[in-house]
Ligand binder design. Structure first.
Ligand SMILES: Cc1ncc(COP(=O)(O)O)c(C=O)c1O
Ligand SMILES: N[C@@H](CCSC[C@H](N)C(=O)O)C(=O)O
Length: 388
């Protein structure tokens, strides 16, 4: 009699089930393109790594347990995950997407829109009246992300999914859960048909691989998604699958420290009189909504200084934070989204969407929070934002 189904998520992330025949404690890396057939009529489970690989299977099954879903496919980046999902859209179909999605997501959806692949309406998904006006019986797919990167806006997944399905039972609600991870949010339980994540971020946690995951409870969707993955060859490579398996073991521990650091840093920044966006702050406009659908706040925050040059000076002066794009690694990062992660969005579009050019994004790591505050304090002083 096993108790495994009752294990808490903190346990499930650590306990990787696998069997390789030699009883290795850690899942081996099957760094092999091909697998031998017993004979010409019996191919066995694996033939070619594009179609399937045991290390990738171990990862996918492990993730399915963590997410609590039927199927997970591991692919070679978060963008690849989106591309695979987008191939389910038929030419000209109506797609509704947020106006504050990650820059790369916006770029791919814009490409689809301008190349006849889809008819995309980008709207403010925090406005439920607008959502109801825009989603119709002809809407085929709704793309959501929450909290958004980097404006930290929260969308009401359950209400939007219920409404989309009431208008069109076949509509696909697709949720990008990169910011929250399966530990803090369960999009499939809230009505999403497909959940995807850039595993490059928190799931791996060490900024040493690119990876994406796609999760669903629908057997039909799982098959259609696998058809695309196998056809275009976007399954995650064995070594990257192995690194992701390794990274996942510390996900819960990393997130715990990152979130506690993020809340302290956000509170401190707010104390300096800055406009801070973080869902853990009680005055976040969607604090209640966020906490009704998530178990934590993540570790990405952003703040405005009111002046682009001041923001640039702060970023130039920090010593501890790496100036890089991306988030979810164990070390803290700082960036200017309008010039870095979100440069792919036309500046005119950014302005229309109230995307502040001076917005600084911080992705909080696991360092000692006192050092993180000290370093930022020094930079704020040098930039003339604080006096002492
Ligand atoms: C919210 C979000 N979704 C998806 C992606 C794309 O993931 P990847 O970089 O792994 O392709 C990113 C960042 O790149 C992201 O921030
Ligand atoms: N040059 C890259 C930028 C990647 S941004 C990565 C990440 N999602 C973030 O928000 O920092 C590109 O063109 O995609």
């Amino acid at each position: 009699m096993t108790n495994a189904n009752n294990w808490k998520l903190n346990t499930k992330v650590v306990k990787i089930e696998h069997e390789d025949g030699n009883h290795a404690s850690i899942p081996p890396i099957y760094q092999s393109t091909t697998f031998k057939a017993k004979n010409m009529d019996e191919m066995g489970q694996y033939d070619y790594t594009r179609s399937g690989n045991p290390t990738r299977t171990t990862l996918q099954e492990h993730l399915a347990k963590i997410i609590g879903c039927e199927t997970v496919w591991a692919v070679n980046s978060g963008m690849s995950a989106l591309d695979i999902i987008a191939r389910l859209i038929k030419p000209g179909e109506h797609v509704v997407a947020g106006d504050d999605l990650y820059g790369g997501t916006q770029r791919l959806l814009t490409f689809l829109n301008t190349n006849g692949g889809a008819n995309v309406s980008h709207i403010d998904l925090t406005n439920l009246d607008l959502v109801k006006k825009t989603i119709t019986k002809d809407t085929a797919v709704v793309f959501l992300e929450s909290p958004t990167n980097p404006l930290i806006k929260v969308v009401d997944l359950k209400s939007i999914a219920d409404y989309a399905h009431s208008m069109n039972p076949n509509a696909l609600v697709v949720f990008d859960n990169t910011m929250m991870t399966p530990l803090l949010m369960k999009p499939l339980e809230l009505g999403a048909d497909i959940q995807y994540e850039s595993a490059t971020k928190y799931l791996n946690g060490h900024h040493d691989i690119m990876a994406g995951i796609i999760a669903t409870n629908s057997e039909d969707l799982a098959k259609r998604l696998f058809f695309v993955i196998n056809s275009i060859g976007s399954g995650l490579a064995p070594f990257d699958s192995w690194l992701l398996l390794r990274g996942l073991k510390t996900l819960s521990l990393r997130l715990e420290r990152q979130q506690s650091n993020a809340l302290k840093l956000a509170t401190w920044l707010q104390g300096q009189g800055l406009k801070v966006r973080y869902p853990g702050l009680k005055d976040h406009p969607q604090y209640e909504l966020h906490h009704s659908q998530c178990k934590g706040d993540g570790a990405v925050l952003s703040f405005e200084t009111g002046d682009l040059k001041t923001s640039e000076k702060i970023i130039a002066e920090v010593e501890l934070y790496a100036i890089t794009v991306s988030f979810g690694a164990v070390n803290s990062l700082i960036s200017l989204p309008c010039k870095m992660s979100h440069a792919a969005i036309d500046p005119k579009v950014r302005a229309e969407r109230d995307f502040p050019e001076d917005l600084i994004r911080i992705c909080v790591g696991i360092e000692d929070v006192d050092d993180l505050i000290d370093d930022l304090n020094n930079a704020l002083k040098k930039a003339g934002v604080v006096k002492n």
